[in-house]
Write a protein that binds this ligand. Structure first.
Ligand SMILES: [Zn+2]
Ligand SMILES: [Zn+2]
Length: 333
């Protein structure tokens, strides 16, 4: 598919929520640890002759570990794929949907259509919990189309807004809200994007999405457990990821956890992520659905180990770019 008249080439991927299972806030203790690390780093930088605070901050942001001057954030799964014009496109409505809603309203006021196409991996609570706080749902000018492969898609959204769990019943939402069933193996076109759906191993099933605008391919695959011994299934995922520009991958566990104590818990590891992406000749991998018990340093450690593993196993292949997703991160694909 070739597109015309798009404002920006490709798709901008914005991460509004990257945490798995449960929102997680940075605590005072966490802030103090960062301050200590930043001050220690500043002492070293000072010897290099820093003129002012802004320069020092710039140096800290760029010269130190990510976890010193940044945070991965604490909102649950919500990722926007923006083709730059036309309707908005979102994967999952975790708690990151709250800040996303404000941003969509602001951008729509500049002339974009008030339509958002949502593709749901599944309806576990961490992936729908942002919807009751998604401001466009309360505005009659908006149309929200929620796509997914589960028969319980609509009932799950209604249930979480039923008394006594939430004060505003689903039927009182003002937006036009539609539910659209999607099937694996049947490409689905929304605006200028084509979406392929894949069934994934997870409690109650989940779905991964391969999204293309005709120039670039982004794969969103979360809450998906991979069994290393299942060769046929791995081959199917390699095909699903094939030559993608970006793969957003559930890497919540270590490989040891994923194949031992947490087998059947429905998530995967950074190691499996690298192996599948290498075989599929993926360009860029973003680790996602971070373990809520991990602090920024631990997530960064997983990131470092993943980069090292890719280097050790690369062989003759082209390098796979690897990063960890963080709330607020934007990637132009
Ligand atoms: Zn989840
Ligand atoms: Zn889940």
């Amino acid at each position: 598919m070739k597109l015309t008249n798009t404002v920006r080439l490709g798709v901008r991927v914005s991460f509004w929520g990257t945490r798995g299972s449960l929102p997680e806030a940075l605590t005072s203790l966490g802030v103090q640890r960062k301050l200590r690390a930043a001050l220690e780093c500043a002492q070293q930088l000072e010897r290099l002759g820093i003129e002012d605070v802004d320069t020092l901050l710039d140096r800290l942001k760029n010269a130190t570990d990510f976890s010193v001057a940044h945070t991965y954030g604490g909102h649950t799964s919500c990722v926007e794929l923006d083709p730059g014009s036309g309707p908005f496109f979102v994967c999952d409505l975790g708690s990151g949907a709250r800040p996303l809603g404000g941003s969509l309203i602001e951008r729509a006021s500049a002339g974009r259509p008030r339509i958002v196409n949502v593709f749901m991996s599944h309806v576990h609570w961490d992936h729908i919990m942002g919807f009751p706080f998604f401001a466009p749902a309360y505005d009659p000018a908006w149309t929200i189309r929620i796509h997914g492969g589960h028969d319980v898609l609509e009932s799950a959204f209604r249930l979480q807004q039923s008394a006594p769990c939430f004060p505003v019943d689903f039927d009182r939402l003002a937006a036009r809200i539609e539910f659209v069933h999607v099937e694996p193996g049947q490409p689905h076109e929304v605006a200028d994007l084509v979406v392929d759906t894949r069934l994934q191993r997870h409690s109650g099933d989940s779905y991964g999405y391969r999204v293309s605008d005709g120039r670039c391919v982004v794969v969103y695959t979360t809450d998906s457990e991979h069994r290393p011994e299942n060769v046929e299934e791995a081959a199917q995922f390699v095909e699903f990821f094939s030559q993608a520009d970006l793969v957003v991958f559930d890497a919540m566990y270590s490989l040891l956890d994923a194949i031992s104590v947490k087998e059947d818990w429905g998530h995967s590891s950074n190691i499996v992520a690298v192996e599948l992406c290498q075989r599929a000749a993926v360009r860029h991998l973003r680790l996602f659905h971070h373990e809520p018990a991990f602090d920024d340093e631990q997530i960064e450690q997983v990131h470092r180990e993943t980069i090292r593993f890719e280097e050790l196993t690369r062989g003759e292949r082209a390098p796979l770019k690897i990063g960890s997703a963080s709330d607020g991160l934007e990637i132009d694909v």
